[in-house]
Design a protein around this ligand. Structure first.
Ligand code: TXA
Ligand code: MG
Length: 324
């Protein structure tokens, strides 16, 4: 390794954002910070640009992308945006929640964005850099997490380069991301029924109670439905550091790099004070450090499952799953 980056990294100042907008306009792919993780953005209305996302990530083409928009009015250009959707995002957008709703048949989106589904995932991100970028262009941005498919998600520009250097046009460096785990994904089904497709920073049970005053019911999969195919990114192995992981570790075995939490110190810690928000923000950085270490295996201390701890445990379970 020469140590020199092939992909250019620029600060996310007005000049950098203008350069990113120009590259996106002409069909390029740019890694951009959001409040959750870095995304790999391309214009969602261009089949060629969207194809570059799949190619750079090595992402299977059956796994659809999230369409990032400025606000609800823009979402309504691409999605059937009914009262349930409005209610769900009214206090949270811009923010870390993605809605899966029926796609508008006449939406001008590259077909690969929805991977042939009749639904579309939309999100209005809260990060100021991503918002300025969306304001600078006149098309929506398709953006999955900016990592090679199946590997650890990026929360810094350096993480992006560790798997995509030389495969993308630019990295817009806005510093470490804040929430640290990907957006909560909420599907709104027929009749306005809510279904959580991915746990994340927003607690859907609490939100449902706020919106409707009732607990969230769990819809039963319809007969013959292929559970998991609809949100393929949620299947088995994902976020994987390429080494065996032992979860809920209370002690250390030889050859293990230990990621601690609370009273279990480790080689690095998710949060010495046992704070789950801090643990979420540090999760992927700790996994990147563990992956790059000389140790053959990784052990991770238990993390409580409350609040964003549920999303952390979801990601850890997938990171530990064997790659098939
Ligand atoms: O926080 C986030 O959501 C980040 C930032 C960059 O916005 N993005 C992100 O994208 O996590 P990605 O591609 O890594 O994860 C998107 C997930 C995948 O599991 C995909 O299968 C699911 O959303 N998805 C996309 N469109 C869908 C649809 N129409 N129906 C069901 N699931 C969908
Ligand atoms: Mg991802």
């Amino acid at each position: 390794m020469s140590g020199k980056n092939v992909t250019e990294v620029v600060q996310a100042d007005p000049k950098g954002i203008a350069l990113a907008a120009q590259i996106l306009e002409s069909g390029g792919v740019v890694a951009v910070p959001t409040e959750t993780v870095y995304g790999l953005a391309a214009r969602a209305d261009s089949p060629d640009a969207v194809a570059k996302i799949y190619a750079a990530k090595g992402r299977p083409d059956f796994n659809p992308l999230i369409v990032h928009v400025q606000d609800q009015d823009h979402a309504a250009q691409y999605a059937e945006w009914g009262p349930s959707a409005r209610l769900a995002v009214q206090t949270i957008w811009p923010g870390p929640i993605t809605l899966v709703v029926p796609a508008k048949p006449d939406a001008n989106l590259a077909p690969a964005v929805t991977a042939g589904l009749n639904t579309v995932a939309v999100r209005s991100p809260g990060h100021p850099v991503m918002r300025q970028l969306l304001g600078a262009v006149d098309f929506p941005l398709a953006a999955p997490s900016a990592n090679r498919s199946g590997f650890i998600s990026p929360t810094t520009a350096a993480h992006v380069l560790s798997s995509l250097d030389g495969r993308i046009d630019l990295v817009l460096d806005g510093g470490p991301t804040q929430a640290g785990v990907e957006s909560t994904i909420l599907a709104i089904r027929d009749g306005g029924v809510w279904e959580e497709l991915r746990p994340g920073p927003i607690d859907l049970s609490a939100l449902h109670r706020e919106c409707f005053g009732t607990p969230m019911s769990v819809p039963k999969p319809s007969v013959g439905a292929k559970v998991g195919v609809e949100a393929p990114g949620q299947l088995a192995s994902h976020y994987a550091p390429g080494k065996p992981i032992r979860l809920n570790a209370l002690d250390r075995n030889p050859q293990e790099f230990v990621i601690g939490f609370g009273s279990i110190p480790g080689d690095v810690t998710l949060s010495a004070s046992g704070n789950v928000e801090e643990a979420a923000a540090r999760l992927y950085d700790c996994l990147h450090v563990a992956a790059a270490s000389d140790f053959e295996k990784i052990a991770i201390a238990p993390v409580p499952k409350d609040g964003i701890g549920r999303a952390i445990n979801d990601r850890l379970g997938r990171a530990a799953a064997p790659i098939d």
